[in-house]
Design a protein. Structure first.
Length: 477
């Protein structure tokens, strides 16, 4: 018992790393993971920063990190090793550099968003986990360790659009505090002024890099009715499922988390930066985009604010309950990962490779999610795609084909002189009726026959967020 008490930190860290590698072994990368890999693999550093970043909507720190690992020979199927390495470092900071209660340190690393969503799934959000753990260790010392704190703010802003918002809120809070301090003692903190100028220059550079291009293709939530957006976000947050017990588990975890946050704010533990972050994240979810993996950022903001709370037994007990609930959700997600397919991309890629002389045949892809198939090939095999990665542009030829199938257009409007591609590959996605209509249109044409179909499901909490299957059609001779 004494041994466990003395060495629990290293045991938690080793257990986290080993379990991450085991669960990660069963994970199949999906389209978003593939997109980052393909850009990193095929583009130069200059193009990644000054071309691709504006289409992807976030500073390409993650993609540049992926590029480094590719240069060392990492295989695409093990891309999650990158995110696991980052989150393991984050957990080291959490375990050894914060004064959080031991019981929380044991449970927190194995909660859903930390262990599964931002660790097993290789995205730039793993960097946000690291940023928040460093924030947890530095926040109360931000005026003392200003160099470290400003370095953290610069790092956070380079992770994603959300990271820029988070960094900006923390920077604004620090400036307000320094101004109030100056009014009181009339002393200028020259280090803070110098660091602030440097950080502002970094922000300006990021804005320059990310400034949207005229042809940028992006669906915005504000274009949809408020009621539809609200219901969509509510469904995402509660992870709605047909299983009554799992649905209850999803909802009760959100309810308890909200109660703890309310109590923290009620007990005069309000922190300006966290209030701003929470408000801006909610606005972002309603006005821009609300994917399942974006919900976890709000969780990180809230949980770090809660963990910064000190010396309140009721809040501490309720926090442990919240973390246990999210740990159960993590166990269910890991079970689904081991026993199911996160994506049907690898299976479809293996089938295409077995087609005789497939490299000489036309393969036309329809939909962004078909991107997940391309990392399994050394080159781009889609004839209607200029590059292997998907370009979020209104000039995208693949988008033209997608619109063509969805709208009521004649085949010969798109395929001139009857030169139809031998193979059509479409995504089987459940978030929109468009893919269903595309499938129906292809099959009604009597020009194509079903060749092969795969299934995949993106696991989220105790349910799934969307499907990622694929359907391959062959031209009838």
């Amino acid at each position: 018992m004494r041994f466990l008490k003395k060495n629990y930190k290293i045991l938690v860290l080793i257990s986290f790393a080993l379990m991450s590698l085991i669960i990660g072994y069963f994970h199949e990368p999906w389209s978003d993971e593939a997109q980052s890999w393909l850009i990193a693999r095929d583009q130069t550093v200059k193009d990644i920063i000054f071309f691709n970043a504006s289409y992807e909507g976030c500073f390409p720190l993650w993609i540049l990190i992926v590029k480094v690992f590719i240069s060392f020979g990492l295989n695409y199927e093990y891309i999650n090793i990158i995110s696991t390495l980052i989150v393991v470092i984050a957990m080291y900071v959490f375990l050894y550099k914060t004064d959080i209660k031991p019981v929380v340190k044991v449970i927190f690393p194995f909660t859903f968003f930390i262990f599964y969503q931002y660790n097993i799934i290789a995205r730039n959000y793993s960097l946000l986990v690291l940023a928040f753990m460093i924030l947890l260790s530095l926040y109360d010392k931000r005026h003392i360790k200003s160099a470290s704190y400003f370095t953290l703010l610069a790092f956070t802003s380079m992770i994603s659009f959300h990271g820029m918002l988070i960094s900006g809120c923390l920077f604004f809070e620090l400036l307000v505090e320094e101004i109030l301090k100056f009014k009181k003692d009339k002393n200028i903190n020259k280090k803070v002024v110098l660091f602030s100028i440097g950080l502002i220059l970094i922000y300006l550079f990021e804005i320059y890099v990310l400034f949207p291009r005229q042809e940028l293709l992006m669906a915005m939530n504000f274009e949809e009715p408020f009621k539809d957006n609200f219901l969509h976000i509510l469904v995402k947050i509660c992870a709605v499922t047909t299983n009554s017990f799992f649905l209850f588990l999803n909802i009760i975890s959100v309810v308890f988390l909200s109660i703890v946050l309310f109590l923290v704010k009620k007990h005069n533990q309000n922190r300006m930066a966290f209030n701003l972050m929470e408000i801006l994240m909610i606005i972002q979810l309603f006005l821009i985009r609300a994917a399942s993996h974006h919900i976890g950022i709000l969780f990180l903001i809230i949980i770090v604010e809660i963990l910064l709370n000190k010396n309140n037994k009721i809040i501490e007990i309720l926090t442990v309950i919240v973390l246990v609930l999210y740990m159960i959700l993590n166990v269910i997600a890991c079970f689904n990962e081991v026993n199911g397919n996160y994506s049907g991309a690898k299976e479809m890629a293996q089938y295409i490779k077995q087609i005789e002389d497939f490299e000489k045949e036309d393969v036309y892809a329809v939909g962004y999610k078909t991107t997940a198939i391309l990392p399994y090939f050394e080159r781009n095999i889609f004839d209607n795609r200029k590059d292997a990665y998907y370009l979020w542009s209104s000039d995208n030829l693949e988008l033209s084909l997608y619109v063509y199938f969805y709208e009521n257009m004649n085949y010969d409007t798109f395929f001139k002189e009857g030169k139809y591609p031998k193979y059509l590959l479409i995504q089987n996605h459940n978030l929109t009726n468009k893919d269903k209509k595309i499938r129906e249109k292809i099959e009604r044409s009597k020009l194509y026959q079903l060749k092969y179909e795969t299934e995949g499901e993106n696991f989220y909490k105790a349910s799934s967020s969307e499907t990622e299957g694929y359907i391959l059609y062959e031209l009838i001779k």
